[in-house]
Design a protein around this ligand. Structure first.
Ligand code: WTA
Length: 673
């Protein structure tokens, strides 16, 4: 079976194979856009010199830099004893300190004029809407925290959250944080199987869900998936399920296990003092795909994550008190955690949440919302921008977008054409664009322009955030100082970095710290991305160098999809690669050998696609499946994915094929036989 064991460090994709066509386009990209003077005038960081000053200060003494900010920007119940304890690869920040992120996101604003400011503005897909002020959100969070306590959830118990994009998702997260119960949010598009795996790995004690959610004019039956995940004692640690009523469709409620949110919430007390958390107490686990079959639970802790998301939100989005800020991500991903919930609320901002997505019945919905609420800051993914380009300029052009002052992107490289469209059609050539590079593991944005300070180039995430010592190195850890490219690493710990893989510190070490050995005693965090620096030192991130593909900005492990495929009785072996796709960035292409007695057919292809949807979720559904009676392997039995990638993208197979065990396999694959 083509599934790697956990103990094995997979080969990296050769940089030359990955980036060749793109290097040329970078070298040709010489457009530079200075921050608009009007913007810089009022920006938190208003000039390149100001950025450089901060960067140099942080570089010279990162510990003092973060300590000063922690003191100034967060509220603490008790101050720390030590700022940084770095025992590579394990880090602790602000040890001895006590705080609570829900206090920093809510209570501290109640003492100011922000008490009655909108914390969350929510727009439902069917057109319903709701606004929660900081005082109202605080009340809801305290009540829900008491509901959780009433069901026996204690500090340290993990709570699963499997929700549509409704305010209750944020309320549940903040309530967990308030009582010290780490949450693990599972994206609502994942299947029951994927949900079960995460609940089992996290040993979740309770699940918060909804009867369903609205998406693309349909409903998604979330509670039904939870039932499936829990049937036959599928996740034995789960004792209770809390269900928000959203779609009002008929669902099954098990009276011993399931409870309606609204019934318990209405009688719950609104008095719930925040639990004093140690700086390093776990705040949440968020699962993400890696190079092996099993998603890894990325662990973030309290103080460092709070500080890092707070500072990055403040400076990168240049938050002003009257801004309406909108990040279109789902709370099921890290972007939703850091830049819908924790970062904006810690800053006392107004964060907009939208349940829906553009759809045939309302392709202009995003621009309607910008107009309706006067959105000032808009943060989305390149995939969404490419899809919006397809829908046509007439949609944004028919709305008043004059409130917008800053645009951002995240999740994958943005192609310069999409950047230019965003700049011209949405930003009307007046809004700076911030292309933010970061990861679930990094907690917050790492490489990004600061909008009032950094000249931008379409397609480049530009320069590291102050305090982030990013670099590009070769496999021995030597810096690559010319433009030829290498592996993106970070050379010094930062507060928002992941602490470990939940329950598997060895995997943490192997995945992030062993591909590239420490250089002169300095540990290098390996991000798994290939990148180039141009002559101005700007970073151009090219994409993953491991077996992770990015479909519509969502990270999927090829091994994860392969294990889903081989769990189907017709499949003997599967190899999955990414193929470039105009809108989604990459599309999943699966090569499959069938069991001897199985006949290939289109019906079987559809059945297999459906099978993957059932095992993981619709985001992992292969775009194309090709049957083959063998897969290209080296003599030692490793699947040669490089060849499959070329075949999938219709390119000539180039490079060395001498290690191929059976050369006739290639011809057969080419002809699709
Ligand atoms: C990719 C999402 C290029 C990258 C926040 C990274 C990007 C992975 C960018 C993390 C960007 C994210 N330019 N590539 N601006 N932002 N990526 O964990 O490959 O879902 O390693 O976090 O997305 O994906 P994740």
């Amino acid at each position: 079976m083509a599934i790697a064991s956990d103990a094995f460090i997979p080969d990296l994709i050769q940089l030359s194979a990955m980036t060749q066509p793109t290097i040329e386009s970078i070298l040709q990209e010489d457009r530079v856009f200075s921050p608009p003077a009007e913007f810089s005038k009022t920006a938190h960081i208003g000039s390149f010199e100001a950025y450089q000053g901060l960067y140099d200060k942080a570089n010279a003494d990162p510990v003092a830099f973060w300590e000063e900010l922690a003191d100034k920007e967060l509220d603490w119940f008790e101050k720390w004893d030590t700022v940084l304890d770095w025992q590579p690869p394990f880090v602790k920040w602000f040890e001895g300190g006590k705080l609570n992120i829900s206090y920093n996101c809510l209570d501290r604003h109640l003492k100011t004029w922000r008490r009655n400011k909108a914390a969350i503005i929510w727009e439902g897909e069917p057109g319903d809407s709701r606004t929660l002020t900081y005082a109202q959100l605080h009340r809801e969070v305290c009540q829900f925290a008491n509901v959780l306590k009433g069901l026996g959830v204690k500090k340290g118990d993990v709570v699963g959250i499997y929700m549509p994009m409704i305010p209750e998702a944020a309320i549940a997260m903040l309530a967990c944080a308030r009582i010290g119960a780490p949450h693990t949010v599972v994206f609502g598009g994942f299947s029951a199987e994927a949900l079960r795996d995460r609940l089992v790995d996290g040993k979740a004690k309770l699940v918060v869900t909804a009867d369903g959610g609205f998406r693309k004019d349909k409903t998604i039956a979330l509670k039904q998936e939870v039932d499936k995940a829990l049937e036959n004692d599928g996740a034995p640690t789960v004792e209770n399920v809390l269900v928000v009523q959203r779609t009002k469709e008929d669902i099954h409620m098990d009276s011993r296990r399931d409870h309606w949110w609204h019934e318990l919430q209405k009688d719950a007390s609104a008095d719930c003092p925040p639990e004093p958390m140690d700086s390093e107490d776990m705040l949440f686990i968020l699962y993400t795909s890696g190079s092996t079959g099993k998603p890894k639970g990325v662990v973030h802790t309290t103080a460092g994550y709070n500080l890092y998301t707070h500072m990055t939100t403040k400076w990168i989005f240049d938050l002003k008190d009257d801004d309406v800020y909108w990040c279109t991500a789902d709370v099921g991903w890290i972007t939703g955690h850091s830049y819908i919930v924790y970062g904006p609320l810690s800053n006392g901002a107004t964060s907009l949440m939208y349940e829906g997505v553009p759809r045939p019945s309302n392709p202009g919905c995003l621009w309607d919302i910008v107009e309706k609420y006067g959105v000032n800051i808009f943060y989305t993914a390149p995939t969404a921008i490419r899809a919006l380009i397809k829908l046509g300029e007439h949609l944004p052009n028919a709305r008043d977008l004059s409130s917008l002052r800053l645009l951002g992107t995240v999740g994958e490289p943005i192609n310069p054409e999409a950047w230019m469209w965003y700049h011209r059609v949405i930003g009307k050539e007046r809004c700076p664009i911030i292309d933010t590079w970061w990861q679930t593991e990094t907690g917050g944005v790492m490489i990004t322009p600061l909008p009032g300070a950094t000249p931008t180039k379409p397609g480049s995430a530009t320069l590291p955030f102050p305090g982030i010592l990013a670099d590009i190195v070769d496999l021995e850890g030597n810096p690559v100082d010319d433009t030829s490219g290498g592996y993106l690493v970070v050379k010094h710990p930062w507060p928002g970095m992941m602490r470990t893989v939940y329950g598997d510190p060895d995997r943490f070490r192997r995945t992030y710290w062993e591909h590239i050995p420490p250089k002169d005693g300095q540990y290098l965090y390996f991000a798994g991305d290939g990148a180039h620096k141009d002559k101005d030192g700007y970073f151009w991130v090219m994409g993953r160098v491991d077996d992770v593909i990015s479909v519509a900005g969502h990270r999927l492990g090829t091994m994860e999809i392969e294990s889903a495929l081989v769990s189907h009785p017709a499949v003997a072996e599967a190899a999955v690669v990414g193929r470039p796709d105009e809108i989604k960035g990459e599309e999943i292409f699966a090569f499959i050998t069938l069991e001897a007695d199985v006949e290939p057919s289109d019906a079987l292809k559809n059945e297999l696609k459906q099978h993957v949807t059932g095992e993981i979720g619709a985001i992992a559904r292969p775009g194309e499946i090709r049957f083959s009676d063998a897969l290209p392997k080296t003599r030692s039995g490793k699947i040669m994915r490089r060849l499959l990638r070329s075949l999938a993208s219709g390119q000539e197979v180039s490079g060395d094929t001498s290690t191929l065990e059976d050369r006739s396999v290639l011809d057969k694959l080419r002809s699709g036989a």
